[in-house]
Write a protein that binds this ligand. Sequence first.
Ligand code: ADP
Ligand code: MG
Length: 629
Amino acid sequence: MALLQISEPGQSPDPHQRRIAVGIDLGTTHSLVAAVRHGVAECLPDEQGRVILPSVVRYLPPGSGSGRHIGFDALAAQVQDPANTVSSVKRLMGRKLADLPGAGRLPYAVVDGPGMVAVRTVAGDKTPVEVSAEILATLRFRAEDTFNDDLYGAVITVPAYFDDAQRQATKDAAQMAGLNVLRLINEPTAAAIAYGLDQGAEGVYAIYDLGGGTFDVSILRLTRGVFEVLATGGDSALGGDDYDRALADWALERLGAGVHAADLPAGERAALLAEARRCKEALSALAATGGAVTLALSLHGQAAQLAVTHTDFAAATAELTQRTMAAVKRVLRDAQLDRADVQGVVMVGGSTRMPVVRDAVEAFFGQPPLTNLNPDEVVALGAAIQANQLAGNNPDGDLLLLDVIPLSLGLETMGGLVERIVPRNTTIPSALAQDFTTFKDGQTALALHVVQGERDLVADCRSLARFELRGIPPMAAGAARIRVTFTVDADGLLTVSAKEQSTGVEARIDVKPSYGLSDEQIAAMLQDSFATAQQDMQARALVEARVDAQRMLDATRSALAADGHWLSDADRDAIDALLQALDSTRAADDAAAIEAATEALAKGTEDFAAQRMNRSIAQALAGQNVENL
Ligand code: ADP
Ligand code: MG
């Protein structure tokens, strides 16, 4: 692009020209949608004024009305119809049964579907992608109703832990819900944006996110308004649900029941867990020292009651809180930092309302954590701010986000060993290469096996993809030079390419992993899904071309406003004509034409831009001695 300036501060597009972009926190327990309105990010409420949507879908027998309930209605039916009420589906995203040792304890039946698991309901087998799409579509409709307009796109958050398969599954769900995914960002990164840490003091921050089903901890470093994730860690199977179970088990033990919650019949178990959760949340609201809450349960049809104090709760759950703090220590070690280096701690996730958690975090870091934003909302709010920026609504603030990959990526080498190419916690987007060679004389093909994980043996890592490089010219063993490049894009998705250096023969694979839904299966699911337009690659290209065009238009106009008087009438007319042309092309649905017009404007303003650069350098140099330069 020829011009440097993007737009004058405060000159944002007219309200009616703004593109509506939302941030969505697709949570294990709750999901939310937020948008920047009147310059402020806020969560959008449903018709009853509730911003939270329980991430729960209940499937009804075929032929009964809408076929499903989503959110609060589904949650209310969980006790009564646990087998068809799908909650915590995020834990199943992009997973196979082999990945889910705890699947047998879920209140609904999980079976191995095509590649990914599926939930067996009265309405048929539902993949986690389909269930998530129901939740996302509900939030999409909420946003469209709020603005009475179509959405331009959405930023969706995922745990820093999510691997390629889980991220891809999230994208597929969004596509199925008719959303244009502007970007996936990590939840802790979104929280940091919501707290405006980029506007604040430079330094190192820790993000402690304890939700319903996952625990994430991330270490961020802020430098000149830009932040970088130094390290992430946590436990993808630890959250508020575990506190519920621990309290339920504590109650059963107190009553001498001789069973764990997991052993109860599904209905009683679900009721007990719901009651434990209610007590846990009620306890958070009690003053630190005071009182007790009453836990009521029914065991084999017998009603019973128990008083629960803070001390009881702390004792019943101490092990869980300690596990989160152990993960905090590990991630600090990964970042090669000491707890004293952390200048602020951000609390995210509903479970950080628990005093036991706040106390443990405060004791460890020696400072009270930041809790002034609603911990349920911060992730969605940050995503909304990011979405607003990606939509080009905020041209004077270009936030640079650097995320990291959660698990190392590498190649299988001789003997089933892993050669690590991209170490975990590498910032993305990024590209890393390594040279390999043939190990046999005359070898003309090389098999590449891409794996993910921290272990040295391929057998202990997760297999992501296999492909072959063919057409290597026959050479002595060790003479061929094959450069393998791993490219991870801003969404954390991976492309691997292999190129023989002397001949240039090349092979590549997009690791569109690994849960193995075929394109046909995805297409079929798309057709079955909502009657929404399929957001295909073309739509995306168009959107991107328009964003670039708008940026170019804004930049040119502000440059003309500042320095247009330097131009001759003829030059000015030429630029005006190009501006006009781009402005009118932008409205049409032709990405290639928009790109061409953008390019033409960039070319046509090159000299002007160079002149502006020269003058500003000349101005900067004016009055200085050569010695000072
Ligand atoms: P997720 O990101 O996994 O969807 P959330 O951030 O929405 O999770 O947090 C949900 C969890 O927060 C649930 O386990 C819920 O019980 C817990 N939670 C919400 N409010 C409170 C509270 N006042 N005290 C303790 N836990 C709470
Ligand atoms: Mg969350």
